[in-house]
Structure formats: structure tokens, C-alpha cells
Design a binder for this molecule. Structure first.
Ligand SMILES: Nc1ncnc2c1ncn2[C@@H]1O[C@H](COP(=O)(O)OP(=O)(O)OP(=O)(O)O)[C@@H](O)[C@H]1O
Ligand SMILES: [Mg+2]
Length: 600
């Protein structure tokens, strides 16, 4: 609880005006809910008096005047109560307009804070935490805290003030009767707390099952091609049936407990009311209170029920908010293991060497795979490099180390003569243009996807990039050309088209080093040749190009080839040099030549 309030303090302080007015409106609306009970007492007592008077006037001619008065005056009591209720309603509306609005604002702030913090995590941290968990923190946990900040605070304030006001009024009328009337109430709070906790637990289970069912459905439809190709419809149908049956069981389970909730409240109100009337009547007979007081008390009891019930509810809600806030704080206090300097280094980027690796070692922390072993390599400025090697040899890992997406455990990497660690986030962004191995495009327009890496990009630049990546002709054949939506609700691109859009996206960045990780695997050799000649002709002569490839035909065209095996550089040199050396590259080369002869 302390943790919760402590963490929320800056937010609550920021919205202190809303909190203040919310409290004021709660007090006012509570007063308007108590006051009608006193009007009812007056009405009862008035009627009682009137009836007494009319009995005494038996036989007198004015008696009818007295009974007539009853008919004229009572509607006014009724009208008065209605007016009071309307005013109360208006203030309740204002309470929600302040406190609930405050909770929504705080929810918004917390979500933004979390998202910002999460974007700062390193790639490894995000993988370790899992997307589902990150989504739960930004979704459910924030929602749980919001339930406390909004309804939680609202009902607590309401309960506290209403309870105080009513008990004082009741004790003022008769302390003994008050004692008996509120006797069952603590029982109500405790039982509601228990019932509600069970409900929360069961509805969590139900919610989880909904998640399971919907992710199954989502996966089924995104993998529909596979399901159809393997004719797995029957099995999928059966699996879905099982999952949704489990959901049904959980939902029914919840309803069973849920059904207890209202009867429990009604039972305890009943007991309270009976006690009030019973003890109250004895007091009326004894002459210590009036009949109006009993009516008043019954109304008070009914007024107390909801706040008292809310107390149990708020308690279990607070528990959830506390554990939610804990997880939020944990996420906010996680910092990336990769820290970038704030200010740019004074020494400029110089030298003819773009990147140099000195005895670099890298082990993936989650799996313990030692992917890069004592690797040393040099990449000179202005040249085109090919990195070749068997699958799993560490090529992608090498690129990620170079771009500082991951951090080596030992060794040094230098970029233009400066340690990689001295580069700010912004400088690194300007240094590398990256085409990843697994293409990812956002469900947005092609234009937005290409422009992703750069602000303020005009149409001419878009077209140039598309021409560079050889995807221009594909795009102009789409109905909306560059504005065509891709993904879920748009056109589906072929594998090769996706790769080329991804290349165009890297091109617009206009960085010093252009990096492609096996990015031409899904295009035919002719297109590949054309893109390759664009690399030569359209990129500035000063730019360095690093291409991971499995094709010897591509490697052949590069200035320099780096051969990686088991996380180490085993050979470097030009194609001709490496072929004449008859090492691993030569083996690679002859195997591919054989294959191409077999297939052609
Ligand atoms: N995120 C990761 N977490 C743990 N291990 C990984 C991760 N990525 C790669 N590895 C492991 O590191 C090793 C090198 O992988 P890497 O992706 O660098 O190979 P690659 O040369 O790019 O292969 P490919 O040609 O298939 O793309 C492999 O053994 C792989 O299983
Ligand atoms: Mg790879």
C-alpha cells in the first residue's frame, strides 16, 4: 500500500486539483444522500401527529381540514425528496468527472512512461522478457492500478465520509439502536472481501483462457496457408473445441460464485433491517424515539450497505493494484545493459578503416551459445565486403555486434578509429543502414515503410529508393501505388518484394555503412545483379557496403570476402585470391558450382 501510494505520488500531485474537487463533491453528494432520510422522518412524524390530532378532533367539524392537510402536504415531502435526489445525482456526476477523469489521465501517463522505458531495453532483454509479459504490464497492470486510482479512491472517500456522517447522525438519535443496526455490517465487509477475492481469481483464470483461445484463433488464421496445405482443418477444429470448452467450464465456475454475491448482500441487509425495526419498536413503545426515527434508520442502513460492500471490494482491488504497481516499477527500473553516451565525442570520425574487430567474444546470455570466438577483422572504408559462411556460423551476430545492438563480453570494436561505445544513439543511426535477414514490414503504406528510417522525406526520394531496390515497377502496378497498404488489411507482398522494400527503407537512411544480411536470397539472379550494380553506381564512393550472402555469384562481385566459420574469421581476400588458396572458400565455391550444374 505504501509502495503504491509512493509510486503514484507524483501523478496524484500533478492532478491534485481534480483530487481536491473530487473530495469536495463526494462530501456534498453524501450530504444530499443523508438529508432525505431526515425529511422522511419529518414526514412520518408529521403524519403521526396529524393522525393523533385528527383522533382528538373526532366529532368536530374541523376534522376534515386536518385530513385534507395530509393530502396537500405529503406530495410536497415527496417532491422535496425527488429534488434532493436530483441534486445528489448531479454531484455524483461531478465526482466521476473529477476522480475518474483523474484516473484515466494517470493511466495514460503510466502507459507512456512504460512504453518509453520498454523501447529503451536491449534486444536481448526484450527477448528474455517475452512480448506477452511486456503487453501484460502495459495493459493489465496499468489497468489494475487505474481501478485503484479511480473507483478505488472514489469509493474509499465515499465510504469513509458517508460512514462517518451517517454514524454520527445515528448515534445522535440513539446509540443503542445504532449498535444493533450496524452489528451485521462488519460481517458483510469480510464476506464480500472473500467472495470478491474468489471472483477475481476465477475471472483471472477465465481471462487467461480467453487469451489462449484468441491467440489460437489468431495463429490459425495467420498460418492458414499451412493449415490448408497440410489439410489440418479437422485437427484445428478439434483443438479449438477443447480450448473453448475449457473456457466454458471456467466461465460457469465464475458464475456460480458470482451468483452468491447479491443474495449475500440482501440477506445481511434483511438482518440489519429486522434488528432495527425490532429494537426500534421497543424504543418507540418506551417513548425514547419516534416512528419517524425507525424509518430514518432503515434508510440509513440501506445507504450504508453499498459503501460497506465497497470496502471489501476496494480491499481486494487495492491488493491487485499493489502487485500491478510492483510490476510497473520493476519495468520502469529496468535499464538497458547497453548505455549510449549523452554527448557526441569531440574526436571526429577519421581513418580509412570503417570497422575493426579486435579479439571479440560474444555469448548469447539466454542460451549460452558462444557465437563469436576471438574474432578479429577489418573492414575498410569505401569497399564492398561479402561475409560468407555456413548457416549458424555467426554472420548475423557479427553484424549486430558491429551495430551495437548487442554488446561483446570481451574484445574491442572500433568504428572509424573510435571505440563503438563512444558513439551516441544518433551517431550510430547515421552510421548504419540495415537490411535485416528476417524482413519485417509494418501494417502501413509502402511509402510509410520505406520512409521509416528518416523524417521529412519527399516523394522523389521515395521513388529513387524504390528504383534503387528494384521494386519501383512492382509498386506502380498496385492500385494506390506508394500509398497501398500492406499487411493484414492490404495487399500481400511476395517474399522478394518484401526484401526489396526493406532494401529501399535502408537506402533512404543515407548512412556511411550499408549493411545487408542475406537480403537478396528471395530475388532472382537478374534482379540481384541489377541491385548489385546500383550499389556500385548509386551509392557514394565513400560509403562502405557489407553484404552477408550465401551466393558465390554475389561474393564474387565484392572487393573483399570475409569467410566466417564457427564464430571465427577463417579467411579474407578477393575471390580470385581465395579460390587460388584452395581453403574453405574454395570448397564452398566448388560445391555451389556443382549444384548449379546439377540444377541447370
Ligand atoms: N538471439 C539468439 N539467442 C541465442 N542464440 C542465438 C541467437 N541468435 C543466434 N543464436 C545462435 O548463435 C549462433 C550464430 O547465429 P547467427 O544467427 O549469427 O548465424 P548466421 O551465420 O547468421 O546463420 P544464417 O546463415 O543461418 O543466418 C547460432 O548457433 C545460433 O543458434
Ligand atoms: Mg544470419
Amino acid at each position: 500500500m505504501k509502495l503504491l501510494l509512493f509510486s503514484l505520488r507524483p501523478h496524484l500531485y500533478k492532478h491534485r486539483k481534480l483530487l481536491f474537487w473530487g473530495t469536495v463533491f463526494t462530501l456534498i453528494s453524501n450530504w444530499f444522500s443523508i438529508y432525505p432520510a431526515q425529511v422522511v422522518r419529518h414526514a412520518f412524524d408529521f403524519v403521526g401527529e396529524l393522525l393523533k390530532t385528527s383522533k382528538q378532533m373526532e366529532g368536530f367539524s374541523q376534522k376534515s381540514v386536518v385530513t385534507d392537510a395530509l393530502f396537500y402536504v405529503l406530495p410536497f415531502f415527496g417532491l422535496f425528496i425527488v429534488v434532493l435526489a436530483l441534486i445528489r445525482g448531479y454531484f455524483l456526476y461531478l465526482v466521476r468527472q473529477t476522480l475518474i477523469v483523474m484516473s484515466r489521465k494517470i493511466e495514460y501517463e503510466q502507459k507512456n512512461q512504460l512504453f518509453k522505458a520498454m523501447l529503451g531495453y536491449s534486444q536481448n532483454q526484450i527477448r528474455a522478457m517475452k512480448t506477452g509479459d511486456l503487453m501484460a504490464r502495459i495493459g493489465e497492470d496499468v489497468a489494475n492500478v487505474r481501478m485503484f486510482v479511480g473507483p478505488g479512491i472514489m469509493y474509499s472517500l465515499n465510504t469513509l465520509t458517508l460512514f462517518g456522517m451517517i454514524i454520527v447522525t445515528m448515534v445522535y438519535v440513539n446509540p443503542e439502536l445504532t449498535f444493533y443496526s450496524v452489528l451485521p455490517l462488519p460481517l458483510l465487509t469480510i464476506s464480500i472481501y472473500y467472495v470478491h477475492s474468489i471472483i477475481v481469481r476465477k475471472s483471472d483464470e477465465k481471462q487467461k483462457q480467453i487469451g489462449v483461445v484468441s491467440s489460437f484463433v489468431q495463429e490459425s488464421f495467420s498460418g492458414i496457408r499451412l493449415i490448408k496445405a497440410f489439410a489440418r482443418e479437422k485437427e484445428m477444429e478439434k483443438k479449438f473445441g477443447e480450448l473453448s470448452n475449457a473456457y466454458k467450464t471456467k466461465a460457469l465456475d465464475l458464475i456460480r460464485v458470482d451468483a452468491l454475491f447479491m443474495p449475500l448482500i440482501v440477506l445481511l441487509i434483511g438482518i440489519s433491517t429486522i434488528l432495527t425495526i425490532w429494537i426500534g419498536s421497543e424504543k418507540v413503545i418506551a417513548g425514547t424515539i419516534t416512528i419517524g426515527n425507525i424509518a430514518e434508520f432503515v434508510i440509513y442502513i440501506n445507504l450504508l450497505i453499498w459503501p460497506v460492500a465497497a470496502l471489501g471490494w476496494v480491499t481486494s482491488l487495492t491488493n491487485k493494484a499493489v502487485s500491478g504497481q510492483k510490476r510497473i516499477n520493476e519495468a520502469l527500473n529496468t535499464f538497458s545493459e547497453i548505455q549510449y553516451p549523452e554527448n557526441e565525442s569531440q574526436s571526429p570520425k577519421t581513418g580509412d578503416i570503417a570497422v575493426e574487430f579486435y579479439n571479440v567474444n560474444f555469448t548469447y546470455p539466454d542460451t549460452g551459445v558462444h557465437a563469436i570466438k576471438d574474432l578479429s577483422a577489418k573492414i575498410e572504408k569505401g569497399k564492398i565486403y561479402a561475409i560468407v559462411g555456413r548457416t549458424g556460423s555467426g554472420k548475423t551476430t557479427l553484424l549486430q555486434l558491429m551495430m551495437r545492438v548487442i554488446q561483446p563480453q570481451t574484445g574491442i570494436i572500433e568504428l572509424f578509429g573510435r571505440p563503438l561505445e563512444s558513439y551516441t544513439r544518433q551517431e550510430l543511426k547515421q552510421t548504419f543502414a540495415y537490411v535485416p535477414q528476417d524482413v519485417f514490414l509494418f501494417s502501413d503504406t509502402i511509402a510509410a515503410n520505406i520512409a521509416f528510417g528518416k523524417e521529412n522525406i519527399n516523394h522523389e526520394m521515395l521513388e529513387n529508393a524504390a528504383r534503387f531496390a528494384h521494386v519501383y515497377d512492382d509498386i506502380v502496378h498496385f492500385p494506390d501505388k506508394f500509398d497501398v497498404k500492406i499487411g493484414e488489411r492490404g495487399v500481400t507482398l511476395s517474399g522478394g518484394q518484401k526484401q526489396r522494400v526493406s532494401i529501399a527503407r535502408a537506402y533512404v537512411v543515407d548512412a556511411d555503412i550499408f549493411v545487408m544480411d542475406d537480403s537478396l536470397s528471395a530475388v532472382d539472379t537478374k534482379t540481384e545483379e541489377e541491385i548489385f550494380s546500383n550499389l556500385r553506381s548509386k551509392l557514394d564512393k565513400n560509403k562502405t557496403i557489407v553484404i552477408v550472402t550465401h551466393r558465390i555469384t554475389t561474393a564474387q562481385r565484392c572487393d573483399e570476402i570475409i569467410v566466417v566459420e564457427g564464430g571465427k574469421v577463417v579467411e579474407t581476400g578477393t575471390h580470385d585470391e581465395l579460390v587460388s588458396r584452395k581453403g574453405p572458400y574454395f570448397e564452398f565455391y566448388t560445391r555451389q558450382q556443382l549444384e548449379s550444374q546439377v540444377y541447370s
